[in-house]
Design a protein around this ligand. Structure first.
Ligand code: ADP
Ligand code: ZN
Ligand code: ZN
Length: 735
């Protein structure tokens, strides 16, 4: 047995387990030399793992292992005969696992569609089929008695080599395929089919700024570069992406476009398909599994010209990548906040470097990280300062609501402005970032406040469903009739949510529809797309919603934007609060007057003289962001220092803090500043106590060393099994 081991190569696999290590196996018992030689990194194998069978991804083939010969087990089966993950994506995953200190097997799992992650489903060999010489020379009508074979042959004659997933989608069966193969008329080829360059429409002539942007970004053509496309809303950024994509397609390459929200994928896909007669693969979590793995396969095989997706699409393998676009790069949805905590934007930049292609980060309100890189010359800084056509950027008017009567959170002036806008045949967008009817239910007689039993949080009143709901753990209770503390029936909603504003608006403007847009009202998969269509028919209406409304959606009929209550953002405990507020206000305001009608933005506040607000309103986002950068520089906060947050969740606060204190001891050095352990802002969630340790390092190298030490300590810690813990490199959220 021992000498057999020495003669056999050892397969080093990544397996999706919480362990931060790779696992060694022998090839399956009956593996022939040819098969073994063809086995490349990125192929999957089925392996025994304890008592289970799991799927592993081959990382490396080695000749020596530390695993004793009697413990070394053979894999059960080779699932892929060609790598399922491209070499560049494999390298990207390995980099990300190292950078974010996350188990490699789990990172690779994130790079695969669920069907290929879990089930022992083998992919067809290469999966690309083409005519043999005999097949090409076959006279017409030769297969008259086998119509299904004839049809498959005809399709291949017409479209050339095709991946089996496409042929199957065209209705061809594996029986026909087998018959033709046995007759020697078709064969499986290793070569990728040549995808024809699609036709396109020209699009409008570019403005001078846009043309310059396109030139700057593709100068140096298909080489690695990072550009910040920094353009006010409505300045034609999307049009710039379209032109860049056109160049990419013309060069026979694929474009990958990342968007922050599922809701934006159909919208962008529509714009792309109006312009390009191209095959577009959509990749996001809202798709059914089958559709998603087909899209993934299209991206990998090179059949898809353009791949549009959310966060995890950054790991989609591409046969011929040529361009990566990250739209709304400042959006925090690009950061995964649990499990494998990565930033798809940052991973996109790394990927562009590995693939040696340009990456474009687009935003009207760039993140301070990206802006810092652009101002420092590390990224190309491409500006679009003007809106397209005669659209002008609206001014933001401040409505001082101190002492003013409010109905449903709206002042008289805001309601009047709504009426004027609607009566003139235009549309109104109102922003209120709190769903439900009211964030608090309070007893008027004794002061009792309904609290979640499991969290340090108040229950939100959802009147339409007659229930109280915790927005942190989703615990739900029927609405009590009497105060549980004193029995009084005087239970009153306090504060304002979208449901309440909706009912007030409905009463005020019975002649106009009010569309509420929040997580509760938009649960259906196509809800947002349907709403967009309805609203964009152009009839006067009111759109009332949370963040969901602010993300890139295009509502050309909106001429009035009202912000009901954004004051809490001025006093956020998170150091990123002011950055978020600036982005939010600017993005919401940008929804107004995008067509040729001028827009109006009304901001209600109790703090009209707040210095942050004044800077933003008087000088705009860019100077505001630069002022914030200066402040961050003075405090050594990101992007000037590198932030890591270690979190622990346990049955007691003491345990959580004790664990983190151990990490702190392990991480202490004069190259990092460690803060904590401290209870998290939401101390108790879902019945568990939460604490965190913050670390700020001078540079990435120091942070990486710290992360390594902390993770090693956490894994070795005796208490770690009694709690849940995580390390968040480049944390966005200190909550
Ligand atoms: P952004 O992505 O910056 O918000 P878009 O690319 O969506 O801006 O452009 C805003 C509007 O202007 C869209 O309706 C778009 O079709 C139009 N547009 C963009 N560029 C041009 C151009 N060069 N000529 C005419 N219309 C344009
Ligand atoms: Zn009471
Ligand atoms: Zn709760």
């Amino acid at each position: 047995m021992l000498c057999y081991t020495a003669a056999m190569p050892v397969l080093r696999l990544a397996i999706a387990t919480p362990l931060r290590r790779l696992f060694d196996y022998l090839p399956p018992a009956d593996t022939g030399a040819d098969t073994l030689a063809a086995l490349a990194p990125g192929c999957r194998l089925l392996v025994p793992f304890g008592r289970r069978q799991l799927i592993g991804v081959l990382i490396d083939t080695v000749s020596e292992t530390d695993v004793p010969a009697d413990k070394l087990r053979p894999a059960l089966k080779i699932l892929d005969h060609s790598p399922l993950i491209s070499p560049k994506v494999l390298a990207l995953c390995r980099w990300a696992a190292e950078y974010y200190r996350h188990p490699e097997g789990e990172v690779l799992a994130a790079a695969l569609p669920i069907t290929l992650r879990q089930r022992e489903q083998a992919t067809p060999r290469a999966g690309v089929w083409d005519l043999t010489l005999a097949g090409k020379g076959l006279p017409q009508g030769a297969l008259a008695r086998a119509p299904r074979q004839a049809a498959l042959l005809a399709d291949l004659q017409q479209q050339g080599a095709s991946s089996w997933s496409i042929l199957a989608a065209q209705g061809h069966s594996t029986d026909a395929r087998r018959a033709l193969r046995d007759k020697g008329l078709i064969e499986e080829t290793e070569a990728q089919p040549a995808t024809p360059v699609p036709a396109w429409l020209d699009g409008p002539p570019l403005s001078e700024e846009q043309a310059r942007a396109v030139d700057t970004i593709i100068a140096g053509a298909q080489q690695f570069s990072v550009s910040l496309l920094h353009g006010v809303t409505g300045s034609g950024k999307t049009e710039v992406y379209l032109q860049l994509i056109r160049h990419t397609l013309a060069a026979g390459r694929q474009a990958l476009v990342l968007v922050p929200e599922i809701g934006l994928t159909p919208q962008l896909a529509e714009r792309l398909s109006e312009r390009f007669d191209a095959r577009i693969a959509l990749l996001h979590s809202g798709l059914a599994e089958g559709a998603r793995s087909r899209a993934w396969e299209d991206a990998r095989s090179g059949q898809a010209h353009i791949v549009v997706g959310t966060r995890s699409a950054v790991f989609a393998s591409l046969a011929r990548p040529g361009l990566i676009v990250v739209d709304e790069e400042h959006d925090i949805s690009f950061k995964q906040q649990e499990g494998f905590r990565y930033s798809a934007r940052d991973v996109a930049v790394k990927r562009a470097q590995l693939e040696n292609v340009p990456v474009v980060l687009g935003s009207a309100t760039p993140s301070l990280e990206t802006l810092h890189n652009a101002l420092g010359g590390r990224y190309r800084h491409v500006r679009l300062r003007q809106r397209i056509g005669d659209a002008t950027l609206p001014d933001i008017d401040v409505l001082d609501v101190r002492g003013k009567a409010l109905q449903g959170g709206m002042s008289e002036r805001l309601l009047d402005a709504c009426r004027e806008t609607l009566d003139a045949g235009n549309q109104v967008l109102l922003f209120l970032n709190r769903r439900g009817y009211a964030p608090t239910l309070q007893c008027h007689d004794c002061g009792f406040i309904a609290q979640c039993r499991f969290c340090d949080a108040r229950m939100t009143l959802h009147k339409a469903r007659n229930e109280l709901r915790c927005h942190h753990c989703d615990w739900r209770l029927p609405l009590p009739r009497a105060c549980p503390q004193c029995g009084s029936s005087q239970l009153n909603p306090r504060g304002l949510g979208t449901e309440q504003a909706e009912s007030v608006l409905g009463r005020h403007f019975p002649a106009y529809p009010v569309y509420r847009v929040d997580r509760d009202s938009m649960q259906r998969r196509d809800a947002m797309a349907d709403l967009s269509k309805t609203v964009n028919r152009g009839n006067p209406c009111i759109l009332l919603g949370t963040q969901m409304l602010t993300k890139g959606h295009h509502f050309p009929g909106v001429t009035l934007v009202g912000l009901l209550d954004t004051d809490h953002a001025l006093f956020s405990a998170d150091f990123r609060g002011p950055e978020r507020m600036g982005q939010l206000l600017t993005q919401v305001a940008g929804r107004a007057g995008r067509a040729s009608q001028p827009g109006q933005v009304l901001l209600q506040t109790h703090y009209p003289d707040h210095p942050l607000l004044r800077t933003l309103l008087e000088r705009g986002y860019d100077p505001y962001a630069e002022a914030l950068l200066e402040e961050r520089r003075n405090l050594g906060l990101p992007p000037f220092g590198q932030l890591l947050v270690a979190r622990a969740e346990a049955d007691s606060m003491q345990l959580a803090e004790q664990f983190l204190a151990g990490l702190k001891r392990a991480g202490t050095s004069d190259r990092v500043q460690l803060i904590g352990p401290l209870p998290s802002p939401l101390q108790r969630k879902g019945g568990r106590f939460r604490a965190q340790l913050l670390a700020v390092a001078r540079n990435r190298g120091d942070l990486q060393q710290l992360a390594a030490r902390i993770v090693a300590e956490g894994e070795a810690s005796a208490v770690s099994r009694k709690l849940r813990w995580s390390v968040d490199v480049d944390a966005l959220d200190t909550g």
